[in-house]
Design a protein around this ligand. Structure first.
Ligand code: SF4
Length: 400
């Protein structure tokens, strides 16, 4: 394959892009669209001295309005769309006896496979991550609905990690020659931006989303940020697709542990019966699990991987303390589960805005249009020098 030069240390990823965001906001010809990742609302308050795990979604929306954001969306909506696509993809692969399938929402994990085990690329779900899914739908469907020229739209993401910056720059995740996500700010950068503009999150009166197309989310979308969350979200929808009725106990306790690697047998019903799933988080567990699978000592149908210990709730772009990692991660996660319990729809397929997106624009999951917009492909990046790979991966694990 062709050798792609990458910045081995990830130094480029660290570039602070707050000025670019301010430039968009100051330009009247530009429509600036923001999205916040599932993990942001449960971690961002700490940047302003609020208690760990406090849900500050409403304050962030208010702060973004004050900043001058034109449209405010939720990455959780993108997560719901991901479940529609990935769940369908997985059922198709199960029918074809193609196992395992690995999740694709964590770019540090994707880069790890591309560099270390490029022969495993066919096992990665082709579904884009929630960030990139939301970006492309904003620049197509939303632009069309709201009468905005896509060339004049900029999508800014607030993300828990620096790996999302690298993801947004991938040429395969663009559309019509433009990136689908223009700028990614880590939580720290976003805090810096608000302070620079004199906005104190603590004093914001909570506000709510008002976009009628892409801001609703289900409980399944909300739990994407914790280890085990993507798996649980996917199973809720796959169960419905297979059985034509909702899973009775949507909170799947056996997926909610915190060990580095967890496995479970889940009854999908119908033609599939019991499937074997695994969830792992953190570099150590990921390496071990991949080696076990490669050696044929373990086999699974579906594997969720998040590179950061705990998942995105403790990503490298969040405020994190190495000493007190676990209590913080657990508090943030507890709030995500609480959000899930209180959303109207707890399954991605019951998100009404997602239903409308499919009815009016995409057709069905995996339609030709959905495939074109919402799926991606992966590169062999193994020809980067081994020492550089190690350095980059260690840094990514360190930084998220
Ligand atoms: Fe980013 Fe970490 Fe979440 Fe992966 S697990 S998407 S590296 S925050």
């Amino acid at each position: 394959g062709q050798c792609v030069m990458v910045c081995p240390t990830g130094a480029l990823s660290e570039r602070d892009q707050t000025q670019e965001v301010l430039d968009y906001l100051a330009d009247p010809a530009i429509t600036t669209v923001f999205q916040m990742a599932p993990a942001i609302r449960v971690g961002f308050g700490e940047e302003f001295g609020l208690p760990p795990g406090l849900n500050v979604e409403g304050q962030i929306i208010a702060a973004l309005r004050k900043l001058g954001a034109d449209i405010i969306l939720d990455t959780n909506f993108g997560a719901d769309v991901v479940i529609m696509e990935e769940g369908t993809e997985l059922l198709g692969r199960l029918r074809q006896k193609k196992s395992p399938t690995f999740t694709s929402c964590c770019p540090a994990w994707i880069t790890f496979i591309e560099k270390h085990y490029p022969d495993m690329r066919p096992m990665l779900s082709s579904t884009r991550s929630p960030q990139q899914t939301l970006g492309v739908i904003a620049k197509t469907y939303l632009a069309e609905r709201r009468g905005i020229e896509p060339a004049n739209m900029r999508v800014v993401s607030i993300m828990p990690c620096t790996a999302k910056k690298e993801e947004a720059r991938r040429p395969e995740l663009g559309h019509d020659g433009r990136p689908d996500v223009d700028v990614v700010l880590t939580m720290r950068e976003f805090a810096h931006l608000l302070r620079r503009e004199g906005i104190d999150l603590k004093h914001m009166e909570p506000s709510a989303y008002d976009d009628p197309y892409m801001s609703e989310y289900s409980g399944a979308g909300a739990i994407f940020a914790t280890t085990g969350g993507v798996m649980e979200a996917a199973l809720r929808t796959m169960y419905y697709v297979v059985n034509g009725k909702e899973l009775e106990h949507v909170e799947i306790g056996q997926l909610r542990g915190f060990e580095n690697v967890r496995t479970a047998h889940v009854n999908l019903g119908g033609e599939f019966g019991e499937i074997k799933v695994a969830m792992c988080h953190g570099l150590k567990g990921t390496r071990e699990l991949v080696e076990e699978i490669r050696a044929g000592r373990m086999d699974f149908d579906f594997v969720e991987v998040m590179a950061c210990p705990g998942g995105c709730v403790d990503g490298g772009g969040t405020l994190r303390s190495k000493k007190a990692y676990l209590p913080y991660a657990l508090k943030r996660r507890a709030t995500l589960y609480d959000i899930d319990r209180h959303t109207k729809a707890r399954q991605s397929h019951n998100n009404q805005q997602v239903q409308r997106l499919y009815a009016e624009f995409l057709g069905a999951p995996h339609s030709e249009k959905a495939h074109h917009l919402l799926h991606t492909s992966y590169r062999d990046r193994s020809c980067v020098r081994p020492a550089d790979i190690e350095a980059a991966w260690d840094e990514q694990a360190e930084e998220g």
